[in-house]
Design a binder for this molecule. Structure first.
Ligand SMILES: [Zn+2]
Length: 186
């Protein structure tokens, strides 16, 4: 709509310019001294007049488009409003989910704080270092004989050591601490 209005103003200015030119030519008609000069002027006038008609056609087209848009504008507004409302709704759901997750995270954090003092400090320090090196994922399960940290097959002897649960066992490939899912369920 803005673009059409801008174009329409531009064409209106061109019409004004053409009118000024035509008025000037009209005055010049009284000053010509020969038939040839007059004929040349007449030719120029008819050229400018046809230019003016072209601009007028364009202007009419632009005004029709403007009229059409003015009619549809209210329905566009309704549509935009509906979309805005639905997005607002989605936003509310996302904010509420985020709040739930944040409070859940805080709860886990509190639980963690309580559990840490009960752990062996040396092992705790090793675990923290590993966690930093491995982007927060230091302890991973073995599933179907595969380390879930690096997706590499764990040798059966290592799986046996994990199953016995007598020591901390590290994946030979990614160095993460391994645990057995079947043991977790018991
Ligand atoms: Zn691994």
């Amino acid at each position: 709509m803005k673009e059409i209005k801008r174009k329409r103003r531009g064409e209106e200015r061109r019409i004004d310019e053409v009118d000024v030119r035509l008025a000037k030519h009209e005055e010049e008609k009284y000053k010509v001294k020969s038939q040839d000069e007059f004929a040349a002027l007449e030719k120029e006038v008819s050229r400018v007049e046809s230019e003016k008609r072209e601009i007028e056609d364009l202007l009419l087209e632009l005004m029709e488009k403007e009229e059409e848009l003015t009619q549809f504008l209210p329905s566009f507004k309704v549509k935009a409003e509906t979309e805005k409302n639905s997005l607002d709704g989605e936003r509310k759901v996302l904010i509420s989910n985020l709040k739930k997750l944040t409070s859940q995270g805080e709860k886990f954090h509190d639980e963690r704080e309580k559990l840490v003092p009960r752990l062996n400090p040396v092992l705790w320090e090793q675990y923290e270092k590993l966690r930093q090196q491995k982007d927060g994922l230091a302890v991973v399960p073995i599933k179907d004989g595969i380390c879930q940290g690096c997706n590499v097959k764990v040798p059966p002897s290592l799986i046996g050591r994990v199953k016995r649960s007598k020591e901390i066992v590290y994946c030979e490939n990614c160095n993460r601490i391994l645990y057995n899912t079947s043991l977790r369920k018991v």
